[in-house]
Design a binder for this molecule. Structure first.
Ligand code: FMN
Ligand code: SF4
Ligand code: SF4
Length: 354
């Protein structure tokens, strides 16, 4: 037997990566392999069970913004160095289905970055598998219908069985490498999401007056991003938009503020940026700023920082204003997630503790 121990570390916002990790664990158990399934939520240090030459390490995580979520990157950076321990990576992505056609998500650098970090830590990558489980990005689209979810799950279960059987038999499987040309093209977007986009998205969730202060969202957030402020959950910039809280809230009290966020984008791009530019003109430094690519780049960073500050302040004001009935009503009814057709998404077999 090639492996006698399997350790899988996983992060999962809404349960897809967790389910995929469990499928692999079950196959390993059927083969008499000793297994450890470790959730990296709120993990401060990485304690690794004793590793031998017959140990296989697995790492499962969703894809966020054509990249790994920051919690997953931070975890990989903390993982202890090793000497040629075999490892595989599985990233879940936004799977969809159009009639009978299964549509894949896009990994971007999610697989490549994980592989690079693990290689630098001394691991030997023996498998890289993307997995198109149902998309959970509620900010962008409603949760998929149950029938579609079930059908995507059946397909993915087959793919994982195949992948796990192959790697346990000592074969190497690098399905993720097929999309490398597309993944590399998307690097600028992955970086923009990591350094800017995710901070904006962190400020798109809000608790409406339907909130009963049960604190479930606070206790279940994998990165402790929600704090009670003024007796209501407040989303800090640490939020990774994993969508867990939105889906778990028993009162559907968390909305995705489509109306408010669109207004913020509109005001940021059409008011704040032009205002900053007229400030440069007024100070007579516009020619200097636009002199070369470096000064233009620095200005772009300053512009983005101002926009983020504006967004953070606006979100703070919104949070405190939600106690007024008319603000709460406007925000609630301009959020698509308020409407019944905007289904929440929870992966099959997900209980509260992911
Ligand atoms: C904020 C956010 C960003 C996402 N970005 C991507 C992406 O770049 N590519 C992709 O294929 N799926 C993307 N997705 C979809 C998830 O990766 C996918 O639904 C995954 O299966 C969720 O796994 P989980 O249930 O374990 O969290 C994104 C989802 C969210 C919430
Ligand atoms: S889970 Fe829902 S009801 Fe409970 S505190 Fe969070 S927003 Fe409020
Ligand atoms: S606040 Fe909600 S969406 Fe953000 S990381 Fe925590 S559970 Fe995920």
């Amino acid at each position: 037997m090639k492996y006698d121990q399997l350790i899988i570390y996983y992060f999962s916002g809404t349960g897809n990566a967790r389910n995929a990790a469990r499928w692999i664990i079950n196959i390993a158990r059927e083969r008499g392999i000793k297994t450890h399934l470790i959730n990296i939520d709120r993990l401060k240090t990485v304690d690794m069970p004793e590793i031998t030459s017959k140990t296989l390490i697995g790492f499962c995580s969703p894809t966020h913004g054509f990249n790994l979520p920051p919690i997953a990157i931070n975890f990989l950076l903390k993982i202890p160095k090793t000497k040629k321990t075999d490892a595989f990576i599985l990233n879940t992505r936004a799977g969809m289905k159009l009639n009978k056609l299964f549509l894949p998500g896009i990994s971007g650098i999610a697989q490549l970055l994980a592989a690079l970090i693990l290689l630098l830590k001394g691991f030997r990558i023996i498998g890289m598998q993307p997995l198109d489980l149902p998309s959970n990005w509620l900010l962008v689209h409603p949760g998929l219908k149950q029938k579609v979810v079930d059908s995507i799950y059946t397909r993915c279960n087959r793919i994982v069985n195949n992948f796990a059987t192959n790697i346990f038999n000592g074969k190497r499987k690098y399905k993720a490498l097929l999309s490398v040309p597309i993944d590399l093209t998307l690097i600028p977007i992955s970086l923009a999401y990591y350094f800017i986009g995710r901070f904006f998205l962190a400020k798109t969730l809000i608790a409406t007056n339907a909130c009963t202060n049960c604190n479930l969202c606070i206790s279940q957030c994998p990165v402790e991003a929600i704090k009670p402020v003024n007796d209501k959950p407040f989303w800090t910039y640490k939020c990774e938009s994993c969508m867990r809280c939105v889906n778990l809230c028993p009162h559907r009290a968390i909305e995705t503020t489509h109306g408010f966020s669109s207004l913020l984008i509109f005001v940021s791009s059409l008011v704040i940026s032009p205002l900053l530019l007229s400030g440069l003109k007024y100070l007579d430094v516009l020619d200097f700023v636009y002199k070369n690519e470096i000064t233009k780049g620095i200005w772009l960073i300053i512009d983005v920082v101002f926009l983020l500050i504006f967004i953070f302040i606006s979100y703070g004001v919104l949070h405190f204003s939600m106690k007024f009935k008319f603000v709460n009503t406007i925000i609630t009814y301009t959020s698509l997630s308020k409407y019944k057709f905007w289904r929440r998404y929870k992966a099959p077999k997900v209980t509260i503790n992911l």
